[in-house]
Design a binder for this molecule. Sequence first.
Ligand code: FAD
Length: 522
Amino acid sequence: MNSLGDSGAPDEARPDHEVIVVGAGFGGIGTGIALQRKGIHDFVIVDKWDRVGGTWHANTYPGVAVDIPSFIYSFSYEQRGDWSRIFPPGSELRDYAESMVDKYGLRDKLRMNTTVVDAAFDDRNSLWRLRTDGGRELTARHIVLAIGGLERPRMPDIEGLDDFGGTLVHTAMWDHDVCLTGKRVAVIGTGATALQLIPAIVEETAHLTVFQRTPIWVFPKNDAEIGWLGRQVLGRKRIRSALRVAGNLGTEVAMSAMVVGPPWLTESARRLAQGPIRRWMRSQIDDPVLREKLTPRYGLGCKRPSMSNDYLKTFNRQDVSLVTESIERITERGVVTADGTEHEIDILVCATGFKLWDKGAIPPFPVRGRNGLDLERFWDEHRYQSYQGVSVPGFPNAFTITGPYGFVLGSYIWMIEATAAHLSRVIAEAKRRGVTEAEIRQQAHDAYFEKCLRRQEKNFLFTPVCAGSNTYYIDDKGDSPFRPSTHGEMYWQNRHFDLDVYRYSAGASRPLQVDALSEEVS
Ligand SMILES: Cc1cc2nc3c(=O)[nH]c(=O)nc-3n(C[C@H](O)[C@H](O)[C@H](O)COP(=O)(O)OP(=O)(O)OC[C@H]3O[C@@H](n4cnc5c(N)ncnc54)[C@H](O)[C@@H]3O)c2cc1C
């Protein structure tokens, strides 16, 4: 028999906290602030690392920087005028995260160096039980998984990788003790990370070999230091806000044309944008053979493009080689390509991204909802799905910041603000009604999923234009679980959905309270 606490509820029925947020990146920080704004103060933020910032704490490779201007890649309620550049380095984003923690009084909510290894819903007591790597159990009425999606490094699956006798590094686990000076360095991968890294290290290396599978679309980058004058300008709230509005409007027009517009508009917009970018890209490369190799054959937008004024020019150097032969294996001395050449190197850098759609990556630890329903298995058997990227039927009181069909391509912080507002509305509503469970209704979830799938039918990602792009925009089930909408629509729908799309109840074991009963009947 359980002991009874002060409230009269058995101890095992009383959670440690009202909310546990897993992850102290921008998602977790934004959630903490959104909860506070709804009057919810009994929460903790748990993270496996010793510092906040998530992505910006983990990624410290040379050249790491945001690729959305700082006055857009920042919270609407925490705009700054003192960024050092238009596209500031990652360390500045991490400092921004730290300063938000202090400003919004989140420091004492943090439980760092704590990895969550398992989460299970306790049906009987309507609460979540989280197990940590230290073997501790933490309980909460609600959980928020703000665990990001781009933080579990993926090593390439190449034979012999473990046999390499030199130094092996991944960009997301950069080892600052490794000295590149005078070394023969190889980089595997030519995505957005490699594009920042390659120009940042080329002056140091004796020879740089870049292994490319798929070329990347590259835009010129209108970056600049923000000097004294710039700070005076950006320091003015009105000017900053006007710049944000202009930037966001530009993104909305692009999104409308590329993602939610009719196919003829999508196709024309893509072609219109592609021409000048391709011409600019080609103008950066001297050698005609290299020019061909670095020009994408798939359409713009099929895969994440990026920006750099130096990346393509780097290949004009004598001490840089581009290898497009596929990699066959890694040996003790280097990389062997399909043509039989062994490229001897001292340091191998894997700019090979993150585990995204891999088994065990989404979610990164077992999450079991009502009656032991396993989230990974559910998604595996029924395709990725969630209501507005936030909640899944069968998983009461559990919310995600970056769930399927939640993310609109563009500034991540927009999505974080929108989804944090969504889940804090639901938690506050459950509190107002005095109930212990809030769960998305199957019908509302299904209607949302069907709408996303309907819109996806027109998605150009599935057309021959994107053949050969190797895009992570398409998951392992052949869907593209990004939100097919504009940012405006995402912003509005998360803040204005009918709260009754969630079912509020007093859980399995307790009698319904009067106000909960009236809601449950609806
Ligand atoms: C190199 C790089 C550049 C990027 N550039 C841009 C950009 O220019 N614009 C843009 O919009 N987005 C960009 N992104 C995406 C970026 O990830 C998001 O903008 C944003 O920072 C994600 O925040 P988050 O809090 O959701 O996730 P994260 O920052 O990934 O934070 C997740 C946190 O959860 C913690 N966590 C995970 N699992 C557990 C566990 N089991 N137990 C405890 N803690 C756990 C992690 O330790 C981490 O701190 C970039 C990403 C990368 C990797």
